[in-house]
Design a protein. Structure first.
Length: 353
């Protein structure tokens, strides 16, 4: 099985007056895992459908290892596909489900069952070939769907919300298993998900789409710590965006009577000039509690609290009437407590308002 590189160039799809996908260009290197994320209607699923050959682009090209496959039918594109609902055949055994794609390629029964057993072992289902699909757990069914996509030895995998049908606990386990399997097989993968945690846990890089366009492509850390726009900062993770003065090498935040100088990311790529109207991206884990009287602390009042596992997340009403979230290991504070909010982690991302 040899991984291929996948490239989209100027891909566009128009439905009436709506540009569902608008001039999308990206590249997935051989062996790379790239996730397309975005809200409903952002264009991610339409993009995947065009790559798979189930929808025809109005403009642009799709290439696999430099070969233009834009107009090829799905069965000639050399992709494996994992569907959201797995699409397994209930009347077939596990190995028959996996071998189905080989049967369509006129490969003899003995050979196709042998290859099915081999790929089942590669996804952790060695010995499960004779079982009925209905007897499998959700996680096992997901692995059968993955094995069926892999058995045809594709150059790349396309995955449509591959974990959406799993309960939260199993989902966390399967994230790790899916990434480990794809990495071990050095498989190129493009997958769609609306779940940021899935994307961040599995993907090498993430492409965020909005209204048919790609807003930013980068590692999960890039999108979280260095968003290139307000739209990216608001979509990724949780954050409070507060007005700031961009001084080029640093920024100034003023809330109420308190003014604080902060370090900002040095690799902003949207503009070489300071932003005229800037916003600082304050995430819960980048803030901390201090004494309300501490120098540089923003005074506030706790107006909400919720348990989030390793930390407690507090909503704090500041003097400018904005509310920030603060993640803290201290579980002993309560609504109504007066606190000071400091900045625990710099540099802070800055985006244009």
């Amino acid at each position: 099985m040899s991984a291929g590189s996948l490239a989209l160039s100027g891909l566009t799809r128009v439905f009436g007056a709506t540009r569902a996908v608008d001039d999308v260009s990206l590249e997935v290197q051989a062996g790379e895992l790239l996730a397309l994320i975005g809200a409903s209607g952002s264009g991610k699923t339409t993009t995947l459908r065009m790559v798979a050959g189930h929808d025809t682009p109005d403009a642009g090209t799709i290439t696999l290892d430099g070969k233009d496959i834009t107009n090829l039918p799905p069965q000639r594109r050399d992709f494996g596909m994992v569907f959201q609902h797995y699409a397994l055949f209930p009347h077939m055994t596990v190995e028959e489900n996996v071998a189905f794609g080989l049967e369509a390629r006129r490969i003899g029964r003995g050979v196709r069952l042998e290859r099915a057993q081999s790929v089942l072992a590669s996804v952790g289902l060695d010995g499960a070939g004779k079982r009925q699909v209905q007897s499998l757990s959700g996680g096992e069914q997901q692995r059968v769907a993955l094995a069926r996509a892999l058995v045809i030895e594709p150059r790349a995998l396309l995955l449509d919300e591959p974990l959406s049908n799993l309960d939260p606990t199993l989902r966390r386990t399967m994230r790790a298993e899916l990434r480990e399997t794809l990495r071990r097989l050095h498989m190129t993968a493009l997958f769609v998900t609306h779940d940021q945690e899935d994307a961040f846990a599995i993907a090498d890089r993430v492409a965020l789409m909005r209204k048919g366009r790609v807003l930013q492509i980068g590692t999960p850390e890039d999108l979280y710590d260095r968003p290139v726009s307000r739209a990216v900062a608001e979509f990724i993770g949780r954050a409070r965006l507060v007005p700031a003065v961009d001084c080029g090498t640093h920024a100034i935040i003023r809330i109420g009577e308190v003014e604080r100088r902060i370090g900002i990311a040095a690799d902003r790529s949207v503009s070489a000039k300071p932003f005229t109207d800037a916003l600082a991206v304050l995430r819960p884990e980048s803030l901390c509690f201090t004494s309300a009287a501490s120098e540089g602390a923003f005074p506030g009042t706790i107006v909400g609290r919720r348990f989030t596992g390793a930390t407690m997340t507090y909503d704090v009403l500041l003097e400018n009437e904005s509310i920030v979230e603060v993640a803290s290991a201290d579980r002993g504070m309560n609504e109504g407590d007066r606190v000071g909010v400091g900045i625990a982690r710099e540099p802070v991302a800055l985006v244009e308002a």
